[in-house]
Design a protein around this ligand. Structure first.
Ligand code: ADP
Ligand code: MG
Length: 320
């Protein structure tokens, strides 16, 4: 098959609404139809976004998507706003993230989708066109489970394993900018703790290859959400910090000891930790306000829950 046998089909508002509403089953159908295989737990699909006309297209054949759309979740309420809130907050704290936004289809609960721009796609001036649309180039990405030879079923670290150390080792050996990428991963670990993201497993961090496959960098952060706000969620982080998994028991000392194990400079590692802690609440507050302004009042509840249940709360308890 070549690209000329491929296509983009305009999705109607109703189809998007149906996708937003139907949860996992409908999502699976769309995934199969467009030959996309996106791993992960939530219902999602890859679509092409025509920004100028605010239109969404379903790619077929070899046509690449530009965005990943994630549905609301039957059990994990407010998940769309949660993810957007976490991403906005992360961005304000200097964490590199893809652009993302909420698609509001009907102003009713669950008629929302979370959209994120794919960092593994690149539209160039020289890009060919298909049906009047620039066809993005696909960049190769590899999550840390793939890169470390860990099977998907082993993505949650078991006692005795130290995936974070393995990930840092991989960055040291393969990244085109190992110093910067180690710090970026370190910042992400701190952020996941503060926001209460215990689903920070090795398939939720990735390496991104350059076009010629010669350059390798830590990919922007994705799948950031506060899981501890849900009663059904575990308080066990997916990656240990100084041997500790329980987010309630992880503190500044754990991060200091972990930095030492990872071979990070104590000064810089602690400085990053303290600086992020210091700026966290303001960043969360501003992000909450932005979402509230856009009409997502639910962000306020999420913010409250984060301040009550996430690492930021534990940190303040142990330091007061
Ligand atoms: N912005 C993005 N750009 C490129 N790939 C992404 C992006 N966001 C997610 N992915 C890819 O899609 C997979 C599933 O997305 P993720 O956000 O982790 O969803 P889930 O909540 O289902 O785990 C990820 O493991 C990653 O490979
Ligand atoms: Mg994921």
């Amino acid at each position: 098959m070549n690209i000329t046998e491929s296509s983009y089909r305009l999705l109607s508002h109703e189809e998007l609404l149906e996708f937003a509403r139907e949860g996992a089953t409908k999502s699976a159908e769309l995934v199969i139809k467009s030959h996309l295989s996106l791993a992960g737990a939530s219902g999602k699909t890859g679509l092409y976004y025509d920004r100028n006309n605010n239109e969404w297209y379903q790619p077929a054949g070899l046509a690449p998507s530009t965005h990943i759309l994630k549905q609301s979740h039957v059990r994990l309420k407010k998940i769309v706003a949660n993810e957007q809130l976490c991403l906005l907050t992360a961005r304000k704290l200097g964490i590199r993230t893809p652009d993302s936004f909420i698609i509001n289809l009907n102003d009713k609960e669950n008629d929302f989708l979370f959209a994120t721009e794919r960092y593994d796609r690149k539209i160039l001036d020289t890009s060919k066109e298909l049906m009047g649309k620039k066809v993005p180039l696909r960049l190769h990405q590899e999550d840390f489970a793939q890169a470390l030879g860990i099977t998907a079923s082993q993505k949650y670290e078991k006692n005795g394993k130290d995936y974070l150390a393995d990930a840092f080792e991989l960055i040291k050996n393969y990244s085109s900018n190992p110093i910067e990428d180690q710090i970026r991963l370190w910042d992400l670990c701190i952020f996941n703790y503060l926001i209460g993201n215990t689903d920070n497993h090795v398939k939720n961090i990735a390496l991104l290859y350059s076009e010629d496959l010669k350059g390798i960098r830590l990919a922007p952060a994705y799948d950031l959400l506060s899981t501890v706000i849900y009663d059904s969620s575990t308080e066990k982080m997916s990656l240990n910090i100084d041997g500790e998994y329980d987010i309630r028991k992880i503190n500044q000392k754990s991060f200091e000891n972990e930095a030492k194990k990872l071979g990070l400079g104590k000064g810089i590692a602690t400085q990053h930790f303290l600086s992020m802690v210091e700026k966290f609440e303001m960043a969360l507050e501003q992000s909450t306000y932005e979402l509230e302004e856009q009409g997502y009042r639910v962000a306020v509840d999420i913010q409250k829950q984060i301040l009550k249940k996430a690492g930021i709360h534990n940190f303040k308890l142990t330091n007061s």
